[in-house]
Design a protein around this ligand. Structure first.
Ligand SMILES: O=C(CO)COP(=O)(O)O
Length: 256
């Protein structure tokens, strides 16, 4: 089954609201409607969601917008958190869940990742489920088991049609922000194991329809190594998503 490539920019804690207008406008101006061969999602900080959506709406852009985190409860006493109704109101349709930085620094667990994924699909939003091993796990030779356990935990309790709303991003922690990428063989091996796990949980047809992304120091100079891999359908991009030239070059490469 042909899967449409998908490139997602994770801006992390970068860009003020004013700067987010400049960056999203730069990306939108550069290509705008040419991008129907590649799905594009921008995930700015939550305070930038409104300005970025406004820019893209004004441009009638095909680019979609996502958050970097969400709480699973619709409202309540959760200081500092944002809710799914807030994302829907602002026009965000995607949300990153379980990024390794949140697992490491903000106590995100397999259990809370699953709660977030379930709440997002209940609202018909698209979770971007992040998985990936540390260097210690890779060196111990247990990467496949570790990552597929993360996938099973994140997707527990979902129906196939709900799982199909999500994408999975394989991001080896040792490759994030380090300039050191996985080899295409390493990335393909893990992404194939992720797809096999999804097939086991939800059936082959659903698994074949779902997109699996690679993330970790992806940039214009190395994207062409990853895109031909059978089970890699795009990228979750950090640093290179903060520059118009780099991000648009990545999207173009994914559409080749
Ligand atoms: O964590 C990432 C995207 O979510 C990857 O970040 P870098 O592309 O900066 O390595």
């Amino acid at each position: 089954m042909a899967r449409k490539p998908l490139m997602i920019g994770n801006w992390k804690m970068n860009k003020t609201p004013a700067e987010s207008v400049v960056l999203s406008q730069g990306i939108s101006n550069r290509y705008n409607r040419k991008w129907d061969k590649v799905g594009v999602v921008l995930c700015p900080p939550s305070i930038d969601l409104r300005p970025v959506v406004t820019v893209l709406d004004y441009d009638k852009s095909l680019i979609e917008v996502g958050a970097q985190n969400v709480h699973w409860e619709p409202s309540g006493a959760f200081t500092g958190e944002i809710s799914i109704p807030m994302l829907k109101d602002v026009g965000a349709t995607w949300c990153i869940v379980g990024h390794s930085e949140r697992r490491e620094m903000f106590a995100e667990t397999d259990e809370t990742v699953n709660l977030k994924v379930r709440a997002l699909v209940d609202a018909r939003l698209h979770p971007i489920v992040c998985v990936g091993e540390s260097l210690a796990v890779r060196d111990a030779g247990t990467t496949i088991g570790f990552v597929t356990d993360q996938v099973r935990a994140a997707f527990a309790g979902l129906e196939p049609a709900e799982a199909a709303l999500a994408v999975v991003a394989y991001e080896p922690i040792w490759a994030i922000g380090t300039g050191r990428t996985a080899t295409p063989e390493q990335a393909q091996e893990v992404c194939a194991a992720i797809r096999a796990t999804l097939a086991d949980m939800f059936g082959t047809e659903t698994a074949q329809s779902m997109r699996i992304l690679y993330g970790g120091s992806m940039k214009p100079a190395n994207v062409d190594m990853f895109m031909p891999c059978e089970d890699i359908d795009g990228g979750l991009i950090g640093g290179a998503a903060l520059k118009v030239e780099d991000f648009t070059a990545l999207v173009e490469a994914a559409g080749k």
